[in-house]
Design a protein around this ligand. Structure first.
Ligand code: HEC
Ligand code: HEC
Length: 420
């Protein structure tokens, strides 16, 4: 039976079962669980993605000092990260893409892409309403059946694009202690720069933590982000996010097309891991972008970076704390971010998310800048130079100083940014 026919059969069953009255929640739940099926296997990736020798020198390679077990976890994690879902394996009913690597692909698995996702909501008197009852704030722009496809509802007066963020070095960022991030928030910085930690409830650990991932620092751990992305980008329910998204909030449409029993991603008894654990393994052990040698012009640019006040937010270095993995234990992390939220004025996207206000954005880590673009959360800047000129809010003073640089000095700064 095709999915379409199966869905009609269910409606008929509800009609019969409920008689003249409406079906109760329990009756409906029973009908749906009878009608839901088990999850089919995911599509394994093309061997050209997973079976490449990884020397540790390139983006997409694992951290260099992994144990044999960790290296095996990295490889299996990569395979899951690159595997594709289909309607039979639980994709959707509404989704944005079919695999993690579909968006995190360039220049290697774990990277970026020029694919945008769309967020919408309604701003009334300075208050942001994510329009959750209409399927917001994240739009799922695809569906396993065209009838279920979401649209931006007419109620929305904020519609923004977000670029994919890179995952290289994500495990090191995860291993930075909350206290290290909070400590710097309280340091007096000058230039009108402040910075606020994003305090979030981490679903995976149940703890109150400092958020650090995403444009709004909306998640604290890779496991929670993996669960969130699996549900919200691909429509795969999992133990952390067990409820499907209803298309624009329409639960009848959801019931019609949600054919695989939830949660779709379950622990494999053979390994004790589910897909979200595998995604987290892969991301945690991805090596950071390697810094190029800072010489000549770039060295002058490095001094300018500090003098202009860029380093007030783009903190060149933080340290990880004690960690059970040697590869993450007390390491320097040259991420060029304080992982704090800053009021960015006209640059911000107007979306409230986690504890981030509409005007606040997380300082974007600048490492690996040379391997991506366009820049800024919505890709509004085609070049690094344009991205700097579009800074506003707390970064207005640093931007003004950049605008006043002589051409050769600006070139030195850009040379430096191309090395980090
Ligand atoms: C449709 C494209 C798309 C797919 C599919 C996708 N992502 Fe993402 N990813 C994004 C975008 C866009 C962001 C930035 C999100 C934001 O902050 O709004 C992001 C950010 C992230 C981050 C935060 C990184 C950081 O430091 O900011 C993690 C972790 C992540 N994704 C993991 C995953 C995993 C795991 C999967 C597969 C389950 C996945 N993503 C699937 C587009 C995608
Ligand atoms: C007040 C804090 C602050 C200061 C000061 C600051 N930035 Fe930023 N920077 C940010 C934030 C926040 C973002 C992300 C904003 C967004 O995309 O909405 C960002 C983004 C960037 C990006 C784009 C990164 C990407 O991945 O798209 C570049 C490049 C950059 N900054 C360079 C600089 C340089 C160079 C300076 C000094 C002239 C500077 N910044 C000063 C906070 C700051």
């Amino acid at each position: 039976m095709t999915h379409r026919k199966r869905a009609y059969a269910v409606i008929a069953i509800i009609g019969l079962g409920a008689g003249a009255s409406f079906a109760t929640q329990t009756e409906l739940a029973q009908v749906f669980s009878d009608h839901q099926q088990g999850r089919a296997p995911r599509h394994r990736p093309d061997p050209s993605i997973v079976n490449v020798p990884r020397t540790g020198a390139n983006l997409g390679d694992p951290l260099s000092d992994l144990t044999t077990d960790e290296a095996a976890d990295f490889n299996e994690g990569l395979e899951e990260f690159a595997s594709e879902d289909t309607a039979e394996s639980g994709l959707g009913p509404i989704f944005n893409n079919v695999s993690c690597v579909a968006c995190h692909s360039t220049p290697a698995p774990g990277g970026v892409s020029t694919t945008f996702v769309t967020r919408f909501g309604r701003m009334v008197n300075g208050h942001f309403d994510p329009l959750a009852e209409l399927g917001g704030s994240l739009l799922q722009q695809s569906a396993i059946d065209p009838t279920a496809r979401e649209v931006v509802p007419p109620e929305a007066n904020i519609v923004v694009h977000r670029l994919t963020t890179p995952l290289f070095g994500a495990g090191l960022i995860e291993a930075i202690p909350d206290a290290e991030i909070m400590m710097y928030a309280n340091v007096a910085k000058g230039d009108g720069v402040s910075g606020r930690p994003s305090i979030v409830q981490d679903i995976a650990s149940g703890q109150t933590r400092v958020g650090r991932f995403g444009w709004k620092a909306q998640q604290a751990t890779l496991l929670t982000f993996a669960g969130d992305a699996y549900l919200n980008e691909m429509g795969i329910t999992n133990r952390l996010f067990p409820l499907e998204n209803a298309p624009n909030g329409n639960t009848a449409l959801l019931a019609q097309y949600d054919l695989v029993a939830d949660p779709e991603d379950v622990v494999d008894p053979a390994t004790g891991k589910s897909d979200i654990d595998r995604f987290a393994d892969f991301m945690r052990m991805l090596a950071p972008p390697a810094q190029l040698a800072i010489t000549g012009e770039a060295r002058a640019g490095q001094n300018l970076f500090a003098q202009l006040g860029c380093a007030l937010c783009h903190r060149p270095m933080m340290d990880t704390g004690p960690n059970s993995s040697k590869a993450l234990h007390r390491k320097s992390v040259a991420l060029f971010s304080d992982l704090l939220l800053h009021d960015m004025g006209s640059l911000a996207d107007g979306v409230a998310q986690g504890t981030a206000q509409p005007g606040e954005m997380r300082t974007a880590p600048l490492w690996g800048l040379r391997a991506r673009g366009p820049f800024l959360h919505d890709g509004r800047a085609a070049t690094v130079d344009a991205a700097i000129r579009m800074h506003d809010g707390e970064a207005a003073k640093a931007r003004d100083r950049y605008n006043q640089l002589k051409t050769n000095q600006a070139a030195q700064l850009l040379e430096y940014l191309g090395c980090i």
